[in-house]
Design a protein around this ligand. Sequence first.
Ligand SMILES: [Fe+2]
Ligand SMILES: [Fe+2]
Length: 392
Amino acid sequence: MREQDGFPAGPLDAVEPPSVEENHVAQWRQAVGRRSFLKSMGVAGAVAVPGSALLASRAKAASRAITGGDVAILRFLAAAELIEADLWQQYDELGGVNGGNPAYMAALTNIDGDMPTYVHLNNNDEQSHAAFLNAYLKSKGAEPVNLDAFRTLPSSKATGAKQIGRLTSLTALDVDTSWYTRYRSGQNPDFGAHFPQAFTIRKQPAIPISDADTPPNMDAPLPPTTPAQSRMQVIACTAAFHFGYIEQGGSSLYSTLAEKVTSLEVLRIVSSIGPAEAMHFATWQDDAGNAANAPVAPVTDPVTGLTIPNLHADPRGALVQTNLIFPTPCEFITSHLPHCAIVRPTLDRNGGAVATIKSFTADRLFEGQSARFFTTVMELARKADAAGRRTG
Ligand SMILES: [Fe+2]
Ligand SMILES: [Fe+2]
């Protein structure tokens, strides 16, 4: 069995199945039959060949084409995945299972022994999403998305980080933790509900900024015994909540944009990648619960003053209970219907493309980016939100 990057791959991996459109064209050709097809067109014999070739090539071109709306959706998703891939790459370089920063990896391991492995796998997945979406766009004759001109932000200076330009910054995040209470609530933001923060994270690094944060050979006892160990643990716990924030956003984004797709094949893509985001989210829900629970929490960063609280002991009870990691049933479609366990939000204004970029911006993920970057990604986002499902 072939192994790639340590993961087994099945023998059918290289077989590319025909697209839905290709299947339809093939079935149509089979049903009509070449002879009756030529007859119905009033042509026969040798003179028919160029005409049938032309029609065949038109049919092939039609099978390749997707609507402008579908292209806009896929182009925005490709941009969003490039952004995700950029941030996950940074986490992976420092804290992934093959990462280069032992102190950060040890603090992540305190939250979940498998956390460095999950970080690495999440990064792999994001790289695959970005590469697939761009390759698919190209295969349909559409322009792929390239954000390389915006890889201008500095890397962490901590041991393990490559010194290359980045799209995103992870060193002073305002992590919105309202996703944590939203998914534990019976209310839905699409019905106008607002949700409190689990706790407030302002201008907090989610990766070590430099080796001042990662003294050589620093271990990670619980509870931490030195100020540097406490800071590193809070940085790792902040990352756990940031992971959940990013992946719940991806889950809502794909569900929201799926409603606008026209082509069945594009719907298949959007509705197959989206649940992968939700799988990531579910895992990070669990690890966020571990990060804000004994024996890891409470813990305070002596530099920023952020305290990761023990939410298990929080008087708000179920709203922040750490093991409630599945989506609590909530209002859906109309308040007259029974509550339903769902991804939420899924309305444009809350979970769409523009809402996603606005949320990432409020997260300070793009701190230091150029005005042209914002113009570029917002233009892609507006076009995706404006896409509409074509039924005719
Ligand atoms: Fe993704
Ligand atoms: Fe993701």
